[in-house]
Design a binder for this molecule. Structure first.
Ligand code: PEP
Length: 247
C-alpha cells in the first residue's frame, strides 16, 4: 500500500497568540481526515496549539527537545513535557540547530532515541551545506548524519522515525533542489534506511517548498512528503501544498 504523503509545517521562531489563532483556525477549517498534516510550533505555543487542534485532523509537535529526561538543564525542554501538551512529533537535528547551536551527530542521535523511546515521532533532518555540495561531499555527509541516528535506535524506536532530506542551501532561499537531485538523494537515503530495516520510514523533502513547486516535488519517486518552513506560515499557501498531494 502506498504511504500517504506527510506535510509538516515548521513555524521556526515565528508567531504570536493572535496570529497563531488565525492560522490554526484556517487550517482546521480545511484539513480533512484524508490529509496527513502536522505543525511544529515554538514551545510557548504548544498549549494554544493543543487547545485549538485537539478536535481537528491536524497533529502538532515541537522543533527541538532535550536529550535528557529531566534535571538541572536550564532552558531545556524534556520529552515528558512535550507529551503533557499532546505532541505527536518533534523535529530533531534541523540544520539551524546544527549550525547555530552546534548540535553534533551524536547529540542528534541521542535526542532521536530519547524522543522515539518516549513514543514521539522524531523528524530527523539531514542535508549538506553549499560548500559540502560543491566539494562533492553530499552523499558522505547525509550518510554520516543518518547513520549516526540509525545506529542508535532499536527496532521499536525505528518504527517511529521520519527522515527529512533538507539541503541547507535550499532552506529559506526560495531555491528548491532540482527534481533530479532530490530523486538521487532520496534513492540514496531510502537505500540506507532499507539496510537498517527501516523500509517504512517516511522520507520527506524540505527546502523552499511552495504552492508553486509542491506538485512537482511531491510526486518525485521516494518523496513521501515535505517539511515546509516559511510557506507554512501562510495558511492559504500551506493548504495549497496539502491539496497538492490529495488524490
Ligand atoms: C525548514 O526550515 O525546514 C524549511 C524547509 O524552510 P523553508 O521551507 O522556508 O525553506
Amino acid at each position: 500500500m502506498p504511504r500517504s504523503k506527510y506535510i509538516v509545517g515548521n513555524w521556526k521562531m515565528h508567531g504570536s497568540l493572535p496570529d497563531n489563532a488565525a492560522r490554526l483556525a484556517a487550517l482546521c477549517a480545511s484539513v480533512t481526515e484524508q490529509d496527513n498534516v502536522a505543525v511544529c510550533v515554538p514551545f510557548p505555543y504548544l498549549a494554544q496549539t493543543q487547545h485549538m487542534l485537539a478536535q481537528s485532523h491536524i497533529r502538532w509537535g515541537a522543533q527541538n527537545v532535550s536529550e535528557y529526561l529531566g534535571g538541572a538543564y536550564t532552558g531545556e525542554v524534556a520529552v515528558s513535557m512535550l507529551h503533557d501538551f499532546g505532541c505527536h512529533c518533534v523535529i530533531v537535528g534541523h540544520s539551524e540547530r546544527r549550525a547555530l547551536y552546534g548540535e553534533s551527530d551524536g547529540q542528534v542521535a541521542t535526542k532521536a532515541k530519547t524522543a522515539a523511546g518516549s513514543g514521539l515521532q522524531p523528524i530527523i533532518c539531514v542535508g549538506e551545506t553549499l560548500e559540502e555540495r560543491e566539494s562533492d561531499k553530499t552523499a558522505a555527509v547525509v550518510t554520516r548524519q543518518l547513520s549516526a541516528v540509525l545506529d542508535s535506535l532499536d527496532k521499536s524506536e525505528k518504527a517511529r522515525l521520519v527522515v527529512a532530506y533538507e539541503p541547507v542551501w535550499a532552506i529559506g532561499t526560495g531555491r528548491a533542489a532540482n527534481p533530479d537531485d532530490i530523486r538521487k538523494m532520496h534513492v540514496l537515503l531510502r537505500d540506507l534506511l532499507r539496510r537498517a530495516e527501516c523500509d517504512n520510514t517516511p522520507l520527506l523533502y524540505g527546502g523552499s517548498v511552495k504552492a508553486g513547486n509542491a506538485q512537482a516535488i511531491l510526486h518525485i519517486d521516494h518523496v513521501d512528503g515535505a517539511l515546509v518552513g516559511s510557506a507554512s506560515l501562510n495558511p492559504e499557501e500551506f493548504l495549497d501544498i496539502i491539496k497538492a498531494v490529495r488524490p
